[in-house]
Design a protein around this ligand. Structure first.
Ligand code: AN7
Length: 345
């Protein structure tokens, strides 16, 4: 049977009813791709959860189908989010599908070009604020006090509900939970949701164990690792350039309850993992996503264990970063002689 989107597929595990108008772009059901070369490097069975295969190119679609469906059920006409980019693209897409107005607040000049293009072409009202993500989120939190508007950031609990379904899919694909789950941490909704999904499937008898939750922040934006707010977060992984995560407590709980780790990786480590994923595993993800694999390469795992790394967003989101990592070819003459000379074959 054809995939019906994650609300229909996981209805029994989600806070929806027959009255909920389901707003879906058939998100979810993303590949869990074996990673043979990484597996050899770390001495374990490594799988990549390709969340960039979602309709708008990131895991945010999972939370957004829930948030917008519930907003529609409540009769909302206008939704808003603060975003480092992917949430704004997802909110714009699902709001457009539901016939709602979507407003997004993004940090001026600090989101990847593909994400800005998406939010704009999908018809969102985009406000680039002179400030960072944390300031944008503070404004968004307060907006409902001033106007009839529904916040669809992950402080909206329906977002976490949708995002937890990625863990259900992982357990179904592997036949059980993995031993370790590596994921990037920005606003920390993602690690909170993955952990909720694993716990719920264990409680439902669908798995026999929970994984250790391994979260990785960028070194210049690592408030949870440092145990204090970072006023001026900096990293090339703009998706996770966040200094005061909304789901901070959720991330701590995931770490402590699972016996896991929240650590940081440098921009150089992130970029090395980003290139390695492309050249060794044929996966072009965005830099923030590569933080999970950078984390795996940094801390390692017990030999022979089963490991899932969440690759949260598509590489095409951030074309500028990809181009900055390679040597851009110069033009050659359109003759066979030139082509053969250049190819060296
Ligand atoms: C590709 O879009 O926060 O820890 O506003 O886009 O749940 O925040 C994006 C975050 C990882 C971190 N990977 O997830 C936003 C936003 C990618 C992301 C994260 C984000 P959270």
């Amino acid at each position: 049977m054809a995939w019906r989107g994650l609300i229909e597929e996981y209805r029994d595990h989600l806070p929806v009813s027959a009255q909920t108008p389901v707003v879906t772009l058939l998100e979810g059901n993303t590949p869990l791709l074996p990673a043979p070369r990484l597996s050899e490097m770390v001495g374990a069975s490594v799988y990549l959860k390709i969340e960039g295969a979602n309709p708008t190119g990131s895991f945010k679609d999972r939370g957004m189908t829930m948030a917008i469906s519930k907003a529609a059920e409540d009769g909302a006409k206008v939704v808003v989010c603060a975003s480092t980019g992917n949430t704004s693209a997802a909110a714009a897409a699902y709001a457009a599908r539901a016939g709602m107005t979507c407003a997004v607040l993004i940090p001026d000049g600090a989101i990847a070009l593909g994400k800005l293009a998406q939010a704009l072409i999908l018809g969102a009202k985009v406000l680039q604020i002179r400030g960072n993500f944390d300031q944008a989120l503070d404004l968004v939190r307060a907006l409902p006090n001033h106007a009839p508007i529904t916040v669809v950031n992950s402080i909206n609990p329906y977002r976490i509900e949708g995002q937890k379904t990625a863990s259900f899919e992982i357990i179904e694909a592997l036949g059980d939970a993995p031993d370790y789950h590596f994921t990037p941490v920005g606003n920390a909704g993602n690690i909170t949701a993955f952990w909720k999904g694993y716990r719920e499937y264990l409680a439902a008898g669908r798995s026999t164990k929970n994984p250790k939750m391994m979260g990785f922040q960028a070194a210049g934006a690592a408030p949870i690792v440092l145990n204090h707010v970072v006023e001026k977060p900096e990293t090339i992984a703009t998706a996770i350039r966040i200094g005061n995560p909304a789901s901070w407590q959720g991330a701590i709980a995931a770490r402590d309850e699972s016996g896991g780790v929240i650590d940081s990786v440098t921009d150089d480590e992130i970029l090395a993992a980003y290139r390695l994923l492309a050249t060794h595993e044929s996966v072009f993800c965005e830099p923030a996503s590569a933080a999970s694999v950078a984390g795996l390469l940094k801390v390692g795992v017990d030999p022979g264990s089963t490991v899932v790394c969440a690759l949260t967003g598509n590489g095409l989101k951030d074309p500028d970063r990809a181009i900055s990592q390679i040597e851009v070819p110069t033009a050659v003459d359109a003759t066979m002689g030139e082509i053969l000379k250049e190819l060296g074959v």
